[in-house]
Structure formats: structure tokens, C-alpha cells
Design a binder for this molecule. Sequence first.
Ligand SMILES: [Zn+2]
Length: 143
Amino acid sequence: MPKHITEGDLALLAFAREIQQRAYVPYSNFRVGAAIYAGGEIFQGVNVENAAYGSTICAERSAALAAVTAGHTDFDAVAVIGDSDAPCVPCGACRQFLAEFNPSMRVIMSGKTDAVDVMRLDELLPEAFVRGYLDQDNGDDEE
Ligand SMILES: [Zn+2]
């Protein structure tokens, strides 16, 4: 179901679009840019491919790594833009990775056209495996 797209969504998407051209994609030539809003700051990432294909990392996880490295583990939103005709959705691995840092964050998606989709992460990944499952038998055992 389409959601209202805010000015903040479009601003975050602009950061994703800005960084998209830095993607390192010698194999697929499919460029993706991502931007995460966390703690009042913006963190950008691009997809980075590798000759050992399995070592490739997506733009969303690149941006998440930058945010966590800067000390932020509660994300408000992620914007993703790819070289697709339709708005580019995060892959399954990225949905799971992002859910760690807020299962209900906003996900703003776009592609080569002006079309923009906005969903909540828990719509894209219902019933995510999150830390609560690990706490089931651990009582109040915190790290
Ligand atoms: Zn991904």
C-alpha cells in the first residue's frame, strides 16, 4: 500500500542518488546507492562487487556499516536507489541485516525513473529474526 512520501524521504533519497555513481560494479554494472538516517546524521553506501562474487556487498549494508562504525545502532530510515526501471527493493540479506537496527524503519526506494515507493521494513520482512529470539532462554543476561 503506498504511503505518504515526506520531504525527509526525498532528501534522504537525494543522498542515495548522490553516492550511487561511486558504486564499484565491474561485473553487473548495476549501480546502487543507499543512505541511512540515524542519530540525526546521514550515512551513505554503495554496492561493491568482487571477483569472488560471494564477497560482494550491497549498498544498504555498506551504509549500515558506516552508521554502526560511527556509533549509531538505531536507524530511522534507509533510502535505496538502483539502476532498475522499478524502484529498487533491498535484497533479502539486507532486509535481515537492517532489521537488527530497527525492524520498522522507513524504506524509501527508487530507480531510474522518478517513481518512489515507501514502505516499512517490517512490511518487506515480516517476522524478522531479531535479538529477542536469542534472549528467550537467557533471562536478563545482557552483554
Ligand atoms: Zn542487499
